[in-house]
Design a protein around this ligand. Structure first.
Ligand code: DGJ
Length: 793
C-alpha cells in the first residue's frame, strides 16, 4: 500500500477493488461511491475475469518504448494480491513515473481537466475507478455517476448509447477505459490542444480524446484516436468523435431538414425529450441530402438571436454520419461521428483510427453571436483563403446547359466583361469523344475535351477568357463514371457496386471506387492534367450521386464495411493534394447542390454551391440556414432566372453572399442588363463588408413576408442591410444591429430598383444609436422587392 500513498493513488487504492472486473464491484462502486442519482447496482454484474493481464503487460513493454513496466512486473510477482487489482494500481504509477514532461502529474483521482475557451469550458474529472467523467456543459459540477462517463464504452455496465463499441481480437465485446494522463503540447498559441489518454486495463488498447480549444472564438474541435496492439484485429463498431453531456432541462435541438433543391430550407426546432433523436445519413460519399451535419443545441429553451446559451455542432465529415441525442431523463448526451451503420472497422495491431473532427462553438448570447464566432473561426481555419474577397463569377450552366461549343462560350466573354464579371466558369459538357458529354447519359470519366466542341482543347478557351480580362474556371466530377464511357468499358471493376445485383444508376452514373489505388491514381492524374491547363485558376468539383450499393471489388470480403470510411479518407487525400499542388486555384465544392456542405471537405475549398435551387425566394431562407454555420464568403449565391422572379430581387439576394451570375447575358433586356451591371458594381463596393464582416440576422424569413440580414465591417465604419420583401405585407422600418452607437452613418440605397421611390432617409446621416433604435424605412414595400442599404461613415 506504500506504493499507493507515495504515488498519490489513494483514491485508486480505496477503490481499486471496485474497479476490478469479475469481483462483483460495480454495484458497490456506482451504487455507493458515485451517488444515487442512478445506481447501476441492478445492472447484471457478471463478467468474465480477465486472465491475460501479465501477457498484456509484456506486450505493453514491447509497445511502449521508453515506458518500461519490468520493475512493476517484478513488484507484482512479490505481492500476493489480485493481479488485476495490482494492474489498476500500477497503471497509474507507470503514468506518473514515466510520463513525458508535459503530462499531468496529479493523482489520478484528483485530476480535473478543463478544456476551456474565453467564455466556455467543458470539464472532465477522473473519478472513482479511474474512469474519466464529464460535468454536463453549463451546469455547476455535481457529484459524478456512471452515466457521466466522458466517452462511454459498450459492454461493461454502461447502459446508454455508447461512444465506443469494440469487439476485441479475442471476441470480447466489452471495453473499459481508464484514465492515463493528459498533455497540453501547445498551451500558448490561443488554440490549445489537450490530449487525454485512456487505456483498457485488460487489453493493449489506447484511446486518446483530443481537443483543440480556440480561446477567442469559443470554438472547440474534438476528435478521438484509437490505437490497439492486440494479437489480431479489433473491430470498431462505434467510434464517436464526441459524446458531450448537456443538461436535459429545457434543451432544444435545431436541425435542418432538406432534399435536393431544398437544402437547409426547413429548420426544425424541437425539445429533446427522453429517448433518442437521431440525425444521420447513409449516403457513403457525401454527408447530406436530407440532413446536414450541422445543428444547434440551445440550453435555455428555443434559441434566440440575441440571448440564451447555444452550442453549434458541426461534424467535419463528408460521408455517412450520425448525430444522436439521447435524453436519459437527467441529461442529454450528444454523440456525433461516423455513422455506425454498416461501418464496422477492423483495426490491425499498431494501426490508429482517427475519427472525424467535431466542431463545437459556444455563445451565452444567442445565435447571432454564435454564428459570428463560428464565421471567424471558419475564415481563419475552416476554409481556404478565408480573408480573401471573391471575384464576380459568371457560370454558363443555367445559360447553356450541355449545349455549347467554342464559339458559344467565347461569345459570352465580351458581355461578361462589359458587365464587370471577373471570372468565367465553364460547367459540365466539355469532354468525351467516343461518348460525348452532350447530356448526362454519357462521357463521365473520359476527361479529354470534346474535339467537335473544343477542337483545340481547353487552353484556347481559357486563353481567350484571359485575353478578355476574365479568369477562367472549369467544372469537374472526378469521382464518377457513366457506363457509356471509355473508362467504364476499360475498367468495369473500378466502380462501386454489389456483385450479383443489377447496377443501380443515379443520374446515369456510378461512383468510382476510390479505395482502389489505380482509381486514386486515375483521379489524381485527371485533376492534375485539367488544372495544369494554362490559365485555369478556378474549378467546381461536383459529385452527383451517392452510394446505394456499397460494394468494392478491391476491398477484401472482410473489409467491405470499410468502404465508406476509406472512400472519404481517400477523397480527402485527393482534395488535400489538389489544394497543395494548385494553391492559387480557387475551388468550389458542389454535390448536386449542397450535398457536401461540411467542414471536412470545406477546408480544401474556398466556397460551396448551396443548392441547385437559385429561386431567390427560396435562397433567402436557405442562405439564412447556412449562415448559422458558414460565413457568406463561402456561400455561392448566383443570379438566375429560376422561379422567374424580378431580376432586381434576384440580384439583391445574390448580393447578400458570394455573388455570381448564371445567366445568358446576351439575352437580357437593356433594363435587366442595367440591373445586373448595377448589382456587379454594388458587389465590388460592398464585398469587403459582406464577405469579411460580421453577420447580424435581423428578421427571419421562415413563414414571414419579409427577411432581413446585415453585415458590419470589423471596424464598424460600414454596414450593409438587406431587406427582402418575400410577399406583399407590411414593410416597417428595419433595425440594424452591431453599429457603433456613437458613430454617424450616412444611409444610401445601393443599386435601387428602377422606378421605385427612394427611401425617405436616402442620403441622411444618423448615429448608430438612432439607426439601431428607430430603424430605416426601406424602399421595398411589395412582394419580390428588395433593398440593399449601405451605412457608411
Ligand atoms: C449539379 C450541379 O449542382 C449543377 O450546378 C451543375 O454543375 C450540374 N451538376 C452539372 O452537371
Amino acid at each position: 500500500m506504500g506504493l499507493c500513498l507515495t504515488s498519490g493513488l489513494a483514491g485508486r487504492c480505496e477503490l481499486g477493488q471496485l474497479a476490478v472486473r469479475g469481483e462483483n464491484l460495480r454495484g458497490q462502486a456506482f451504487g455507493e461511491g458515485f451517488g444515487a442519482r442512478r445506481s447501476l447496482g441492478n445492472v447484471p454484474l457478471a463478467g468474465p475475469a480477465i486472465e491475460p493481464v501479465p501477457n498484456f503487460l509484456e506486450r505493453r513493454n514491447v509497445r511502449d518504448k521508453g515506458r518500461s513496466f519490468l520493475g512493476i512486473s517484478s513488484i507484482m510477482k512479490m505481492h500476493c494480491v489480485s493481479r488485476l487489482r495490482w494492474f489498476v494500481l500500477l497503471q497509474g504509477v507507470a503514468g506518473l513515473w514515466l510520463a513525458p514532461a508535459s503530462v499531468s502529474a496529479q493523482p489520478a483521482a484528483a485530476v480535473k481537466i478543463s478544456v476551456a475557451t474565453k467564455n466556455f469550458a467543458v470539464d472532465f474529472e477522473v473519478g472513482e475507478g479511474g474512469r474519466l467523467y464529464q460535468h454536463a456543459v453549463g451546469v455547476a459540477p455535481g457529484k459524478l455517476q456512471r452515466a457521466d462517463e466522458a466517452y462511454p464504452q459498450a459492454g461493461d455496465g454502461y447502459i446508454w448509447e455508447p461512444a465506443l463499441q469494440i469487439v476485441h481480437a479475442d471476441g470480447n465485446t466489452s471495453t473499459v477505459l481508464i484514465y492515463d494522463s493528459f498533455t497540453r503540447p501547445n498551451a500558448s498559441d490561443g488554440r490549445e490542444l489537450t490530449r487525454i489518454q485512456l487505456h483498457d486495463p485488460a487489453y493493449p488498447l489506447q484511446v486518446t480524446l483530443c481537443f483543440r480549444a480556440d480561446r477567442d472564438r469559443d470554438v472547440v474541435e474534438q476528435w478521438t484516436e484509437i490505437v490497439q496492439h492486440e494479437a489480431g484485429a479489433v473491430t470498431l463498431e462505434r467510434m464517436a468523435s464526441t459524446a458531450w453531456l448537456l443538461p436535459a432541462t429545457n434543451i432544444y435541438l435545431t436541425h435542418f431538414f432538406g432534399d435536393w433543391a431544398k437544402e437547409m430550407l426547413s429548420p426544425i426546432t424541437e425539445a429533446i425529450t427522453p429517448g433518442m433523436k437521431v440525425l444521420d445519413s447513409k449516403l457513403g460519399v457525401r454527408a447530406d441530402q436530407f440532413r446536414n451535419t450541422s445543428f444547434v443545441l440551445s440550453l435555455d429553451g428555443p434559441p434566440a438571436e440575441n440571448h440564451g446559451r447555444v452550442l453549434a455542432g458541426s461534424l467535419a465529415w463528408s460521408g455517412s454520419f450520425q448525430c444522436a441525442f439521447e435524453n436519459d431523463g437527467d441529461q442529454v448526451r450528444a454523440l456525433c461521428g461516423v455513422n455506425p451503420f454498416a461501418s464496422a472497422y477492423h483495426l490491425k495491431p499498431g494501426e490508429t483510427f482517427t475519427t472525424p473532427i467535431m466542431i463545437w462553438a459556444w455563445s451565452a448570447n444567442g445565435l447571432g453571436d454564435l454564428s459570428r464566432k463560428l464565421h471567424r473561426w471558419a475564415r481563419d481555419f475552416g476554409l481556404r483563403d478565408g480573408h480573401q474577397i471573391r471575384a464576380v463569377l459568371l457560370n454558363n450552366w443555367e445559360a447553356t446547359g450541355f449545349d455549347f461549343d467554342f464559339q458559344r462560350i467565347t461569345g459570352l466573354y465580351a458581355p461578361a466583361k462589359a458587365m464587370g464579371t471577373e471570372l468565367f466558369l465553364l460547367d459540365d459538357g466539355w469532354f468525351g469523344n467516343k461518348h460525348p458529354r452532350v447530356n448526362d447519359a454519357a462521357g463521365l470519366g473520359d476527361w479529354q475535351p470534346n474535339r467537335q466542341r473544343l477542337p483545340d482543347g481547353l487552353a484556347p478557351l481559357a486563353a481567350a477568357a484571359v485575353k478578355r480580362g476574365l479568369r477562367f474556371g472549369i467544372w469537374i466530377e472526378p469521382e464518377m463514371v457513366n457506363p457509356k464511357s471509355d473508362l467504364f468499358e476499360q475498367h468495369p471493376d473500378w466502380v462501386i457496386r454489389q456483385p450479383g445485383r443489377d447496377l443501380e444508376l443515379q443520374r446515369n452514373q456510378l461512383v468510382l471506387d476510390l479505395t482502389r489505388p489505380a482509381v486514386q491514381e486515375f483521379e489524381w492524374n485527371t485533376i492534375k492534367e485539367i488544372l495544369s491547363v494554362p490559365d485555369i485558376t478556378y474549378a467546381k468539383w461536383d459529385c452527383n450521386r451517392y452510394l446505394t450499393q456499397p460494394g468494392s471489388a478491391y476491398l477484401a470480403p472482410d473489409r467491405q464495411s470499410h468502404l465508406g470510411i476509406d472512400y472519404v479518407n481517400a477523397l480527402y487525400a485527393l482534395m488535400d493534394k489538389t489544394a497543395k499542388q494548385f494553391p492559387a486555384t480557387e475551388l468550389m465544392l458542389c454535390s448536386s447542390g449542397g450535398g457536401r456542405v461540411d467542414y471536412g471537405a470545406l477546408k480544401y475549398f474556398h466556397e460551396f454551391w448551396p443548392s441547385d435551387n437559385t429561386d431567390p425566394t427560396q435562397r433567402v431562407p436557405m442562405q439564412w440556414g447556412y449562415s448559422y454555420f458558414f460565413p457568406a464568403l463561402a456561400v455561392a449565391s448566383h443570379v438566375t432566372h429560376w422561379g422567374n422572379r424580378p431580376l432586381h430581387f434576384a440580384c439583391s439576394v445574390a448580393l447578400s453572399a458570394r455573388f455570381g451570375m448564371d445567366l445568358d447575358l446576351t439575352k437580357l433586356s437593356a433594363a435587366d442588363q442595367a440591373i445586373c451591371a448595377g448589382a456587379v458594381s454594388a458587389y465590388k463596393h460592398i464585398r469587403e463588408v459582406t464577405l469579411l464582416g460580421d453577420l447580424y440576422r435581423l428578421e427571419a424569413p421562415h413563414g414571414n413576408h419579409r427577411g432581413a440580414v446585415s453585415y458590419v465591417a470589423p471596424d464598424q465604419a460600414r454596414a450593409v442591410v438587406f431587406v427582402f420583401q418575400l410577399k406583399d405585407g407590411p414593410s416597417p422600418a428595419v433595425r440594424p444591429q452591431g453599429l457603433d452607437p456613437a458613430k454617424k452613418y450616412t444611409v444610401h440605397e445601393l443599386n435601387p430598383a428602377p422606378g421605385r421611390a427612394p427611401m425617405a432617409v436616402e442620403g441622411k446621416t444618423f448615429t448608430g444609436e438612432e439607426l439601431m433604435r428607430d430603424g430605416i424605412a426601406p424602399s421595398c414595400a411589395n412582394g419580390l422587392e428588395a433593398s440593399v442599404i449601405e451605412l457608411a461613415l
